[in-house]
Design a protein around this ligand. Structure first.
Ligand code: SF4
Ligand code: SF3
Length: 548
C-alpha cells in the first residue's frame, strides 16, 4: 500500500512522501488520517445544514477541531486512536443528521463523506486511495485547497488550546466548517479559492488573538525572564508541546512531590508566564527544538509528557518513558485521558514514574532570556523608538516559525550570526533554537534576539509591528524597518503565514524551501500579490532583505 502526503517542509524529495513519511508516519497512519479528515468533512456538511435552523452542535465543532489537530505533522501516530476517532465521527454525524431531520431540516449534500459507513480499519484502508489529496486532479485547485486546509489545521490547533482554557470564538469554528465544506466543492474556481485562502488568514488572526487572550488572562502577560538551562539533582518530568492548561495542571500536581518540571522545545515560553514562575520546582528548560529529542530524551532520564506536536518516533530505549495527552498520541506510549466533568487531568501515573527515575543528566548550563511578547515590548516602546530614531537600531527582522532536522537549516544560524549588529531579531516558535543560544549581544540594553514565545505568539509580533506603525505615524505596515525571513515546517506555520498576509504584510521570505503543495501557478499568485520569495544564501539574502 502506498500513501501521499506533502503537508510539511520535509516532504520527501521536495514533492511528497509516498512510501513512508520522513516524519515516521506509516502508510497506514497516513491513510487513516486521510479518512479521518474525510469523515470530518462529512460531519461539517451535516452541521452546516443544522446551522440553517440554529441546531448546529458544539460537540461537532469540537470534533472538527480535534480531528484537524490530530492530522498535523508529528502530533498523532497512534492508529488505534485515529480509528476510534473515525468511528466517533461517523456516529456523531449520523446522530446529528437524525436529530435535525426530525426537526424538519433537509440535508441536500450528496457527498460521499456524508454517507460513508466504514466500520473498521480494513474498510478505512480500502476507501483511503479514492479520497486522498491526489483525488483532486487539477494541481492548482488541489494546491489552493490544501493551502486552505493546512491553514485550517493550524487554526484548529490554536482554537483547541484556547478552548482548553474556556475561550471560544464561534466565527472561527464556523469558518473551519466552511473551509472543510469548500474543500469538497468541485465547482469552486481559482479566484474563489484564493479568496478563501485569504479568509483563512483573517480567521487565523482571530484564532491567535483568542489564544493570546486566553493565555494572558489565565496566566498573566509574559515578562522578561532568564530561563535556567542547567539541571538539579531531583527526579523530573519534561513537558513538551504547546498546551498551557496541561502545563498548569502538571505544575500543580507535582508541587510538593519531590519531582521537578522542565520544559522542552515549544513549551519553553511557559517559563515567561507569571503564574508558572511561582512554582519552585519548575526548574527551567532542557534541550532544544523537537528534532533533537532522541538524544535529549535519552539523557533526561525521566518521563516526558507530550501535550501536542512534535513527536519523533521514540527509540526502544526510552519509549516506556513517553506519555501523550490531548490530541497527541503514539502507539505503545501511555496516553493521559482528557478532562471529564470539569475535573483536571490526572497526571499521577507520570509523577509516580518520575519518582523511580534518576535525575536528568546535565547537557548545558547557563540561561537564555525571553518573554518579549507584545505587552512586555510595549513597556519598552520608548527605549525601542529612541534606539530606532538615534540609528542604533537600523532594522528588525522577524525570524519566527519552525525548526526542522535538515542540515540546510544551518542557514538560519548563519543568517543570525552574519546580520549587521544594528539589527534586532524578533522571533517566536521553535525556529529560535537555531540562534537563541548565540552570544549576539544587545543594543543599548535591548537584547538582539527578542523571543515572543510559541509559534502562535507570532500574533504578538504582529501586534508589536502594528503598535510601532502607530508610534511612527506610518500609513502602511510595510513602511516599518521590519523584514521577514520566516522558517516553516508544519501547518501551524502555514496559518501564521496566512495571518501575516491578511494583516497586509508583504515581501515575506519563506524557507528553507517553498512548500511542495504550492503549484507553480499558485506560487506565482503569492509572488505577484504578496512579494513572497524563497531564500538563497546568507550573503545574498542579507544584501537583499536587510541592506537593500
Ligand atoms: Fe511526509 Fe511531512 Fe507528510 Fe510526514 S507530514 S508524511 S514528512 S509530508
Ligand atoms: Fe515547532 Fe513542531 Fe512548528 Fe510551534 S514544535 S513551531 S515545528
Amino acid at each position: 500500500m502506498s500513501m501521499f502526503c506533502y503537508q510539511c517542509q520535509e516532504a520527501a524529495k521536495g514533492t511528497g512522501c509516498t512510501i513512508k513519511g520522513v516524519c515516521g508516519k506509516t502508510d497506514e497512519v497516513a491513510a487513516l488520517q486521510d479518512v479521518l479528515l474525510f469523515v470530518t468533512k462529512g460531519l461539517a456538511h451535516i452541521n452546516s445544514a443544522a446551522a440553517t435552523k440554529g441546531l448546529d452542535s458544539d460537540k461537532a465543532y469540537k470534533y472538527m477541531i480535534d480531528s484537524l489537530f490530530i492530522t498535523i505533522t508529528n502530533a498523532n501516530f497512534d492508529e488505534i486512536k485515529i480509528e476510534e476517532k473515525i468511528l466517533e465521527g461517523i456516529e456523531l454525524r449520523d446522530e446529528l443528521r437524525a436529530s435535525i431531520e426530525a426537526e424538519g431540516v433537509k440535508v441536500s449534500s450528496n457527498e460521499l463523506s456524508v454517507k460513508y459507513t466504514g466500520k473498521n480499519k480494513s474498510d478505512f484502508l480500502a476507501v483511503a486511495p479514492s479520497i486522498g489529496i491526489l483525488s483532486i486532479e487539477n494541481e492548482d485547485i488541489r494546491s489552493l485547497k490544501e493551502l486552505m486546509i493546512y491553514g485550517v489545521k493550524g487554526m484548529a490547533a490554536y482554537a483547541e488550546h484556547a478552548m482548553n482554557l474556556g475561550y471560544e470564538n464561534k466565527d472561527v469554528c464556523q469558518f473551519i466548517q466552511k473551509a472543510l465544506i469548500a474543500s469538497c466543492d468541485n465547482q469552486l474556481n481559482v479566484d474563489e479559492l484564493v479568496a478563501l485562502v485569504l479568509e483563512t488568514g483573517k480567521n487565523g488572526v482571530d484564532a491567535m488573538a483568542l489564544l493570546d487572550k486566553a493565555n494572558t488572562e489565565s496566566y498573566g502577560h509574559p515578562e522578561i525572564t532568564s530561563v535556567n538551562l542547567g539541571v538539579r539533582n531531583n527526579p523530573a518530568i519534561l513537558i513538551s508541546g504547546h498546551d498551557l492548561k496541561d502545563m498548569e495542571e502538571l505544575l500543580k500536581q507535582t508541587e510538593g512531590t519531590g519531582v521537578d518540571v522542565y520544559t522542552h522545545s515549544e513549551m519553553l515560553p511557559a517559563n515567561y508566564y507569571p503564574a508558572f514562575k511561582k512554582y519552585k520546582h519548575f526548574v527551567g528548560n532542557y534541550g532544544n527544538a523537537w528534532w533533537k529529542q532522541k538524544e535529549e530524551f535519552e539523557s533526561f532520564n525521566g518521563p516526558v509528557l507530550f501535550t501536542t506536536n512534535c513527536i519523533v518516533p521514540p527509540k526502544e530505549s526510552y519509549i516506556n518513558r513517553i506519555y501523550t495527552t490531548g490530541t497527541s498520541g503514539f502507539k505503545g506510549c501511555t496516553h493521559i485521558p482528557d478532562r471529564k466533568g470539569g475535573q483536571p487531568k490526572d497526571f499521577s501515573v507520570i509523577i509516580e514514574h518520575a519518582k523511580k527515575c534518576p535525575s536528568p543528566t546535565e547537557i548545558e548550563t547557563g540561561e537564555i532570556v525571553g518573554g518579549f511578547a507584545h505587552n512586555q515590548v510595549l513597556q519598552l516602546a520608548d527605549k525601542v523608538v529612541e534606539a530606532v530614531k538615534s540609528g542604533a537600531i537600523k532594522k528588525f527582522v522577524v525570524m519566527g516559525g519552525c525548526d526542522g532536522r535538515m542540515n540546510d537549516r544551518e542557514y538560519y544560524t548563519d543568517f543570525a550570526t552574519e546580520l549587521p549588529t544594528d539589527t534586532i531579531i524578533l522571533t517566536a516558535g521553535c525556529a529560535k533554537y537555531r540562534y537563541n543560544k548565540l552570544a549576539l549581544g544587545d543594543i543599548d540594553g535591548i537584547p538582539r534576539v527578542l523571543d515572543a514565545g510559541q509559534c502562535n505568539d507570532s500574533y504578538s509580533l504582529a501586534v508589536t509591528a502594528l503598535k510601532l506603525k502607530e508610534v511612527f505615524g506610518l500609513d502602511d505596515i510595510n513602511d516599518l524597518p521590519i523584514a521577514y525571513n520566516i522558517a516553516w515546517y508544519e501547518q501551524k506555520a502555514v496559518i501564521v503565514l496566512l495571518a501575516l498576509l491578511s494583516l497586509g504584510i508583504k515581501n515575506i521570505n519563506l524557507g528553507p524551501t517553498l512548500p511542495a503543495f504550492l503549484s507553480p501557478n499558485v506560487t506565482k499568485v503569492l509572488v505577484e500579490n504578496f512579494g513572497i520569495s524563497g531564500i538563497t544564501n546568507v550573503k545574498e539574502d542579507i544584501e537583499r532583505i536587510i541592506l537593500a
